[in-house]
Write a protein that binds this ligand. Structure first.
Ligand code: UTP
Length: 374
């Protein structure tokens, strides 16, 4: 990104993030989640509907792999991290795909960023595309965002090279269209896009029952959700905000709302989102024209000072800008949160140790293997 391009983008992002912090209504309502017992009752119907749609070529996959994985601190794209001795996270995801649909092949889009595109492509090639048909794998780069100091001045990582970072996971569809892949969707008659994160090693992708549920229930978007453990758990939950599907962050709910329960004693705001969504592509196409909100986040941003010294700040020194996938939901007329069994489908790899870490994910993978009897 040139300095002039960065200046223009920074101006745009600063004004969009301003919009984002303006007074907003907080008319938040709970949304009904498709709970496990109900889902299980209809599983066969859902599975059949989902499989038929897959066989008609109506599903495509989109892997969000453009993040920096800062918390993991691994030197390389997060998907290349060896989660098992001989297995990368990417390989794990392809294994999961085959567990659900065998060898049915589905277009597989991979979103990277300027920071990890080459390394990601090289890894896929080295690993022989994990046995998948390379013709069905489409890489594209997401947009980058400039960073600025607290006064709104660009930061530079080298002389005349603005400091940039991937602009969040919410611009996935705009970047896909920019890369020219709208044609692939059209030619193949893709009606549903399954968008998922790189770091949940238990993610079930192209899950026929999940796809069948959104089709059968006549919804335009869906997400796999895990039940919130307690009112204070730090997780965004599904809701309706100002009449639109939305995700409310735990800190946006007041204590009363967060602990409100229904007649069965269940939390009203119970569905914690995982990064595993289904979107109707005809509606995604309309979102390309919409302006997505931009979030301004305080971060530690390495930069070069006026004397040419490279500085690695110990404290946040400026803002990065992000567009979030959760903000795309407001453009959908309806939305289906589908509860999944946490231990079976949710093993996020955010940190090396502690909560949501390599350690917890490995333990969950081992538990799955034991349950499979391998
Ligand atoms: P996270 O929000 O966990 O971010 O991304 P991250 O970059 O992986 O990790 P940290 O916060 O730096 O430690 C959730 C999903 O969204 C993707 C990630 O690759 C992950 O699959 N993502 C995130 C993008 O594709 N692009 C982005 O700009 C940000």
């Amino acid at each position: 990104m040139t300095t002039a391009e960065a200046e223009t983008k920074l101006k745009e992002y600063l004004s969009l993030s301003q919009e984002n912090t303006k007074d907003k209504s907080t008319d938040i309502k709970p949304v009904k989640t498709l709970r496990i017992p109900e889902y299980e009752k209809k599983r066969d119907t859902y599975t059949e509907a989902g499989f038929s749609a897959i066989q008609r070529g109506e599903l495509a996959l989109l892997l969000l792999a453009g993040g920096m994985g800062t918390r993991l601190g691994f030197d390389g794209p997060k998907g290349t991290f060896p989660i098992e001795e001989d297995k990368s996270i990417f390989e794990c995801l392809f294994d999961n795909l085959r567990r659900d649909i065998g060898d049915v092949e589905i277009p597989f889009f991979v979103m990277t960023s300027d920071k990890n595109d080459e390394a990601t492509r090289a890894f896929f090639k080295k690993k022989n595309y994990f046995g998948y048909d390379p013709e069905l794998i489409y890489f594209f780069r997401q947009d980058m965002a400039p960073a600025c100091d607290f006064d709104g001045h660009l930061l530079f990582e080298e002389k005349d090279v603005p400091a940039t970072s991937p602009n969040g996971n919410g611009g996935f569809f705009t970047s896909l269209i920019k890369a020219g892949y709208g044609e692939v969707l059209k030619e193949r008659g893709v009606k549903w896009l399954n968008v998922f994160g790189v770091d949940n090693v238990l993610a079930r992708i192209a899950d026929p029952a999940f796809l069948g549920s959104v089709i059968t229930e006549h919804k335009s978007a869906a997400v796999k959700a895990v039940l919130k453990k307690d009112p204070s758990e730090n997780v965004g939950v599904v809701c309706e905000k100002d009449g639109h599907p939305s995700i409310v962050e735990y800190f946006e709910l007041d204590e009363k709302q967060a602990s409100e329960r229904d007649e069965n004693g269940e939390l009203l705001y119970c569905a914690g989102v995982t990064v595993n969504y289904l979107f109707d592509t005809s509606i995604l196409l309309k979102t390309v024209e919409q302006k997505m909100p931009v979030h301004k986040v305080k971060k530690k941003i390495p930069y070069i000072d006026s004397d040419g010294n490279h500085i690695k700040p110990a404290e946040p020194n400026g803002y990065k800008f992000e567009i979030l996938i959760t903000d795309i939901l407001q453009f959908f007329p309806d939305f289906l949160p589908v509860e999944v069994v946490r231990e079976k489908e949710f093993a996020p790899v955010k940190n090396l140790h502690g909560a949501d870490s390599v350690d917890t994910a490995r333990a969950l993978l081992h538990a799955r293997r034991d349950a499979d009897g391998d």
